[in-house]
Design a protein around this ligand. Structure first.
Ligand code: AMO
Length: 431
């Protein structure tokens, strides 16, 4: 037959039919009278039985092969059907042996080995599952936003200025002029609200992180959202709740097999995300009231508290002090408490880790000029960005979610690098 049978479909093939499997040799088991080849493709594993009379070579593990043979019922085979009387063709001959046995259910190697050999270690079904979950999450992200009037955009990654105070930028030489790799699409997504009203972007962002931590990368995938005509940041938070539910649904729909391979427990997204004010959060974790930010151990404690109190894997902390937020942040405006130092911005914790930052932005030109001057800078330095506000911008806000952090927390990875295809950090530029 010319049509390819996928491993995942083999159980449905009628015994006696001829099939053509394509995949990598996942495992080769040579017994006295018979050799078992397990062939792995994107849909699963299939068992091929080679007997001496078949006169076939059994290629080593990781060899890409084509196998033509007969579908044969065998209750012992995965899925109850195996391939017998095969003709096995090696499609190329591996020059290297993998640093770990990929057929074992768990990879027996440390993280540096796994990362150094990423092109082959990602082939492991449980590792590949992480990538499948990332992709399925994105399908849910896009589907949710597409259904409520958002336009997907792509903004430049070579930019003139930094956007996120505190986060470090990579400087590059741009035809003899200084330029930077974008830390965030922040300025562009805001300007595009004036055009499309509702936009999102999925793309790489760059942070020259000087520290080695288990939750920071020098390049990561940012899921950015921005929308106009909001009342305040709570409208943004409402949308974020639907986006998270959509990402969860995307995984359940499009990565069900990966979920079962990893025995994942998908997160609980409550109908409304519980919200706590920053000042109350400090009190709850016993931190001094003048603390400007939450430490990782505070975030963990708040995550546990949200789980206990609200049966929620998510908790939004609103009202962060203005001085810890970038200049575009809108000051606190809700009636519920005095303005003080707070802002209409939030962080979203997912199982005790910061996953999202968002909030309402300033939208009037004079407010920007004042905010920029208050930070000791000149509005002229931001002239091209400020054009949008000079032409009239609606109240707006948005958020950004780090894709790798989402997957890391979902699969309970201890280190964000475990879920990043080819991580970039202080020390790593290859593979
Ligand atoms: P922020 O800088 O908090 O906000 O980033 C948003 C989210 O991105 C993720 N993240 C990272 N992931 C991996 N490695 C890193 N070095 C890293 N840094 C951040 C986190 C974080 O919550 N412009 C604002 C967003 C907005 O207000 O719309 C921003 O970039 O999950």
């Amino acid at each position: 037959p010319t049509d390819r049978t996928l491993a995942g479909h083999l159980p449905a093939v009628a015994p006696g039919d001829t099939v053509r499997l394509c995949g990598h040799v996942h495992r080769r088991r040579e017994l006295a009278t018979v050799t078992f080849l397990v062939v792995r493709d994107r849909t699963g594993l299939a068992q091929v039985v080679i007997k001496a009379a078949d006169g076939q070579e059994a290629p080593p593990e990781e060899t890409p092969v084509e196998v033509v043979g007969i579908a044969t019922a065998n209750p012992q085979a995965p899925g109850g059907v195996e391939v017998t009387s095969p003709v096995v063709t090696a499609l190329s001959d591996p020059a290297l042996t993998p640093p770990v046995e990929l057929w074992r259910p768990e990879l027996a190697a440390g993280l540096p080995t796994l990362l150094d050999h990423a092109p082959v270690t990602w082939r492991h079904p449980r590792v590949r599952a992480r990538g499948e979950i990332a992709a399925a999450s994105l399908r849910g992200f896009r589907a949710t936003l597409d259904s409520v009037g958002f336009t997907e955009v792509h903004s430049p990654k070579i930019v003139e200025s930094a956007t996120e105070s505190g986060a470090n930028v990579f400087a590059i030489d741009y035809f003899g002029r200084p330029a930077y790799l974008a830390q965030s699409p922040q300025f562009y997504k805001q300007q595009l609200v004036g055009v499309f009203e509702r936009v999102y972007e999925v793309g790489p962002v760059f942070r020259a992180e000087p520290h080695d931590t288990v939750r920071h990368l020098a390049e990561y995938v940012s899921l950015d959202v921005e929308l106009g005509f909001i009342r305040d940041h709570r409208d943004v938070l409402g949308l974020l709740r639907d986006v998270l539910a959509g990402m969860r649904a995307g995984i359940a729909t499009y990565a069900a097999d990966a979920v079962s391979r990893l025995q994942l427990e998908l997160p609980v997204v409550p109908p409304e995300i519980p919200v706590i004010h920053f000042a109350e959060a400090l009190e709850l974790v016993g931190a001094p009231a003048d603390e400007p930010d939450l430490a990782p151990e505070h975030e963990r404690a708040l995550g546990a508290w949200a789980r206990e109190t609200y049966a929620s894997d998510f908790l939004a902390v609103e009202g962060y002090p203005m001085r810890k937020r970038p200049f575009y942040t809108h000051p606190w405006s809700r009636q519920a408490r005095p303005p003080g130092e707070g802002s209409n911005s939030f962080d979203l914790l997912f199982r005790g880790l910061e996953l999202v930052t968002g909030g309402q932005r300033l939208h009037r030109l004079p407010d920007y000029e004042e905010a920029i001057r208050a930070r000791g800078e000149e509005p002229a330095a931001y002239a091209s960005y400020l054009q949008a506000f000079a032409h009239g911008m609606p109240p707006h806000g948005g958020f950004a979610l780090g894709l790798e952090r989402w997957v890391a927390r979902l699969v309970e990875a201890a280190n964000i690098r475990e879920v990043t295809l080819f991580p970039r950090d202080l020390h790593r530029l290859t593979p």
